[in-house]
Structures are given as C-alpha cells and as structure tokens.
Design a protein around this ligand. Structure first.
Ligand code: SAM
Length: 282
C-alpha cells in the first residue's frame, strides 16, 4: 500500500500523513523524541497529547501507545485461539514489539522475531515500554535479518507465522509478494497458520483482490478480516488468515483475560466482510 508521504513543507509542530492527495491524518507534536535515518528507513518518534508516543517509519504511522492494542491483538489472537497446539511461532517485522507482547500471553515454547532494522528495536525499547520485558522473556528469540532471506535459508518449521511488515514499499516490499508466501509454506508445520497485514480495505481493495487470487493458489483457507485501527488510513485495516487445515472460526481455546479489543464476538465479526470487500476477496 503506498500511502502518500507528507507532501507539505515540514511543520515541526505538526506531523501529517497523507492517505490520498486530499485526505490524511495529522498529529500535533508535543515533543519530538527521536528522528534519524537508519540504513533502511527514516525512524521518528514523537509525543502526541492524545495518542502518547507515536512511531513513524518513512513518515507512516506504525503504532501509537494509545491505540496499539487494536492492531496487535487482532493480528495475533485469531491464530492463537484456532491452532490446535501453538508452540513455535515466527514473527516477521514487528520491531516495535506489539505483536510479540500478545504472543507471550499464551503457553508457547518459543517465538522468533525477525526484524531487519536493529534501530527500530533500540528506539522501540526506549519509547514503547512493552518491548524490553518481552525481549527478556526466555521464550523470545530475536533475529536481526531480512525476513525473506531468513525463511529462504532456515531449516525450521513453525506452528504460526505472523507477518507484521510495514507497507509494501522499501524493505517490506518483498514480504508482500506471492513467492514469499509460497516459501512460507515450507516453514509451516501441519495445521500451521499464517496471518499477515494486507493494508487498508478502503484504499487498497484492488491490492487485496490481487492478493486473494494469488493466495488461493497456495492455501486452502484464505480468510480476510477487517478491524478498526483509529490511526491507520481510512480508520480500518485488513488482515489475511491462511492455512490448509485450521479454520478461523473453529475455536480451540479461550483468549487470555485482560485484552482490550479481542473477544470471541469481535473475533467472529471481524471475518464478516462488508460487501465492497467481499466482492474483492471472494
Ligand atoms: N503495524 C505496522 C503496519 O501495519 O504497517 C508495522 C509495524 S512494524 C514497526 C514493521 C517492521 O517491519 C519495521 O520495524 C520494519 O523495519 C520491519 N521490516 C520491514 N521489512 C522487513 C523485512 N524484509 N524483514 C524483516 N523486517 C522488516
């Protein structure tokens, strides 16, 4: 998904993310906390009165302290409650640690987080309090690598693979291609599940249509689901649940207590798509 980057002169007291030439989101910047170019992308963190600390990569909102739970709970829990025995997990991307945080709420054996940019890890440890304890959890294995290269050379299989990539531009582009999903199958145990973020149902419905067609050639179950994400383009976001055996509505266990968004009703309803998206993804 190629959101339009800020197209106006930088106004340090405000951060704008354009979603089309005429629409977008803006934040008043209370404090600019970090702004550096890594070898992969521009990394910024600023404080906003309402959303708290906000992480931007190449000017695009990745996560905010206030609304992170919408996206992170809904990327993780649908697979963890429908896999028969989830022990070994892989997260590709996800350097802010929000997805990792949710996986560690289950009795899993190991979760391998593969993040290409060590600077995202270091910045997130400093400005997003949930990451450091998760990295100290002895079930967590942190690998700094390109997710595409990692799955091409790894001789391991996982029960669940979660793709928390940025938009299909820059380092993430390869994580949105069909051959990447083809290779993922070699890293999946029987009953394995892949879940990936696939962009905005409003602005990327064409991309979702294309993805649906190509993924149906690879996986028996290709189920899209949509959730609200206040700070993402269009205010909602789309994920895809992929498997040859598991089914998103065949629930094997209750979710952990204390979640802010996810429950069995929001889980089931997320898979009921609006007509405009059903047409694109069927
Ligand atoms: N929730 C966000 C979204 O939906 O756009 C994504 C958040 S997370 C910060 C995205 C992470 O993917 C970034 O830390 C980025 O460095 C990482 N990333 C991008 N391309 C990658 C690749 N090829 N392999 C591993 N990590 C990658």
């Amino acid at each position: 998904m190629t959101r339009n980057k800020s197209i106006r002169k930088e106004d340090l007291s405000e951060k704008r993310e354009y979603h089309t030439q005429s629409t977008g989101i803006f934040f008043k910047v209370k404090n600019l906390l970090y702004k550096q170019n890594s070898p992969y992308q521009k990394i910024e963190v600023f404080e906003n009165e309402y959303f708290g600390n906000v992480l931007l990569l190449d000017d695009l909102v990745q996560t905010t302290e206030r609304d992170e739970f919408f996206y992170h709970e809904m990327l993780v829990h649908p697979s963890l409650i429908t896999h028969p025995d989830p022990l070994d997990l892989l997260i590709i991307g996800g350097g802010d640690g929000g997805v990792l945080k949710e996986t560690l709420k289950y009795h899993i054996k190991n979760v391998c987080l593969v993040e290409i940019d060590p600077h995202v890890i270091e910045v997130s440890k400093k400005y997003f309090p949930w990451l450091s304890p998760c990295l100290k959890d002895q079930r967590t294995e942190l690998v700094i690598a390109d997710g595409k290269k990692f799955i091409e050379k790894i001789d391991r299989k996982f029960d669940i693979i979660l793709i928390d990539s940025s938009d299909p531009v820059g380092p993430s582009a390869s994580l949105h291609q069909k051959r990447f999903y083809e290779k993922l199958k070699n890293c999946l145990n029987n009953e394995g599940i892949v879940v990936a973020q696939v962009g905005s149902p409003l602005y990327n419905s064409e991309l979702i249509r294309e993805k649906s067609a190509s993924l149906k050639e690879l996986y028996k179950i290709v189920s899209f689901y949509v959730i609200p994400v206040p700070t993402y383009p269009g205010g909602s976001w789309c994920f895809v649940y992929l498997s040859d055996n598991a089914h998103p509505l065949s629930i094997k266990r209750d979710p952990p207590l204390g979640l802010n968004y996810f429950n069995l009703e929001t889980h089931r309803s997320a898979f009921s798509l609006p007509n405009f998206l059903k047409e694109k993804s069927e």
